[in-house]
Write a new protein. Sequence first.
Length: 579
Amino acid sequence: MRYIGLPAILLMFSFGAYSQNTNIDSLKKKLSAQKADSNKVKTLIDLSASYQLASPDSCLVYAQRALTLAEKLRYDKGIFWSEIGIHAALYFKGDYPQELANAFKALSLSKKLSTPETTGYANGMLSDYYYSQGDYNTSLSYWREVIKIGEKRFPDEMLGLWANLSKIYDGMNMHDSAMFYAKKAYGKIKGNQGWHKEDYDVLRQRSLISTALGNAFAGKANYDSAMYYYRRGLPVSKNIHLETNVIDCYNGIAAVYKTTGKLDSAAWYAKKVLTAKIGRSYPVSLLKAANLLSDIYELQNRSDSTLKYLRLAISVRDSLFSREKMTAVQNINYKEQEQKKEMEAAKTKLQNQIILYFLLTGLTALLAIAGILLRDKRLTQLQKMRNNIADDLHDDIGSALSSIGILSELAKARSPEALSLLSSIEESIINIQENMSDIVWAVNPKNDRFENVLQRMNQFASEILDAKNIELSLKSDESLSGLRITMEQRKNFYLFFKEAINNAAKYSVAKKVCVNIVQKDRQVEMTINDNGKGFNVAEISGGNGMGTLKKRAAELCADFKIQSLPQEGTIVKLKFKIA
């Protein structure tokens, strides 16, 4: 990760005494005598600019003071240039999420101010951010806007702009393009016969162009030329205190030495990055240096040192690009876009939105009321229908079955020859009456509560098991009593239980049957366990009793299992979700 050349952006245009060669002491003296007006804002911005490369923390302090005063004065131009100073400090400190928020504020202000300078700076800030995140395509799209403005309005600044463009292409591994723009910048300064001048602007341009050429030649694997330009740029950068370019040159030299097999020299230059004062406020350089050292020591088979710098690289990378920071960046971006949309909509459609909100609220309220009334009406009709079905089943079909039973008794007395047939008819009638009783009970809305189900289950199991001298233990959670289940669930759950108990009474030869019903996470779990003779589950999987259990479980959308072995009893398990 290499910075995109922010000094070129920050020095591309002027605002008062906005330059690196301003005397800090004189600015401080000037500041102490000024009133709280726009001139004081300008002086604070100049101080921030003077510190931007050597001390990002001081740069941030003065820029924030300038912003506070500019906002108090409602001085838009001062607010914008204060944001530029804050952006510079945040960039070198590695606070990328806040940097992006700052860049969007500046972009919004640049549209309001609508000058080439502010538009160029705002696009340059965003290009910086995306470059630092490794999104070179987006960085390039913003930097092209800067190039357009520079070509039309600031042709003398194209040297630095081309140098930065070269660095972007270098990041994209487009080394031919990187070389083209680095040489273009170099050719322009040579053509102006300014390469050997000693004024600050020329020295700054020489520093940027030398670094860009070093990167370009390194990308083309021309390491002698790369080293030549790194070494030319290094003393110039030191003389003008352009510390970020100094450590960029250190990293470039270290990378060349590593590639050419001079590992000790590579390690020496990479360590100079780690010990540089600016490095603490420029963490992207630390990341590159730590990765270089990790690779160097790995090539030397020095595992302890490799691990040390690998951990440092991971630590720096995590601090820069942690999940929390990236989430914050995304949120800032999203909120910024939403705020823009809301502001635009508020200016043109506020009155219509209020009317629409009232209409929608009224319509929603009417629909909600209609829905509630319709639901209540349907529930009432359904309840009435269930009551009628229960009454009809009980009265009409029950009465008819009773009459058939009486006639069967009379027929047995008169026709002894048909005794066995009539006995079968009578048994069938009893079964039908019993099943009909279950259906009537299931349909009756009075039995919707789970405690009614438990009572009927206990009554049925007690009667059938007592007749076989089988002890019954039925336990259930207290929380089940207050639950309500649907008619369909109640019917299938009860009939499943009834079939399982019938099977135990008929075939298990058990002394005791234990039933345990619990509720877990809105699910009912029932376990029926007997200590009878057991059976081989595989041999009877197709029996009628087993088929009935499977059918009831399927209609409940329940999990159903049977575990049994000869002489070891049987366990039936059922689990379903409460609707």
